[in-house]
Design a protein around this ligand. Structure first.
Ligand code: FAD
Length: 152
């Protein structure tokens, strides 16, 4: 749930492919009760998977930043930080008059996000899915280290 205005929230459901939004909402009675009878501000805005594969992020004087340059998944709630880091890398490369360095910088600054998020998505799509939250609860230091790594 993301507050996006004084009287507006965005609701995103993360679930298996084919998850029905209304059915998923009904499975969370506390949330369903809060939005019951409220007029939706929009239709459903889309559904994943959101993976965006790219073979290159720059060509000539053009550099891609944000989801368009490559994206894994929303599961770690990270896209904006990663997009801003890519934008910073792009600006640095322009400053140094070295657009060619952008590919290397893009790879370096997105590595943790790509590796950790892809790993989490793989586990979330495996039989180990139901073990994620109990494992995180049982190993708070490991979970904290992963979150810290992503937040850098
Ligand atoms: C369910 C969900 C939850 C998320 N949660 C988080 C979170 O908690 N924290 C976080 O940091 N990130 C989160 N993200 C990821 C984050 O939303 C994205 O990484 C981020 O919005 C990417 O920004 P962007 O500018 O690259 O692309 P976008 O935000 O997609 O912006 C691209 C813009 O280009 C426009 N556009 C597209 N095609 C054209 C065209 N041909 N002509 C003109 N305009 C066009 C689109 O309408 C859009 O406005 C989440 C994503 C999803 C799907």
């Amino acid at each position: 749930m993301t507050p996006v205005g004084d009287d507006l929230v965005g609701i995103a459901m993360l679930g298996r492919q084919g998850t029905n939004f209304e059915a998923a909402l009904a499975e969370i009675p506390e949330l369903a009760a809060r939005v019951a009878g409220r007029e939706p501000a929009s239709d459903l805005r889309g559904a994943g998977p959101f993976r965006q594969r790219t073979v290159r992020r720059s060509l000539g004087r053009v550099m891609l930043v944000g989801d368009a340059s490559g994206y894994v998944d929303a599961i770690t709630g990270e896209g904006i930080r990663v997009g801003l880091a890519q934008a910073r890398a792009a600006i640095d490369c322009v400053d140094r008059d070295s657009v060619a360095a952008y590919e290397r910088e893009w790879a370096r600054r997105t590595r943790d996000f790509r590796v950790l998020t892809a790993g989490l998505v793989a586990v979330a799509n495996s039989p180990l899915r139901s073990r994620i939250v109990p494992t995180a609860a049982a190993l708070p230091r490991v979970f904290g280290a992963v979150v810290d790594r992503l937040a850098r």
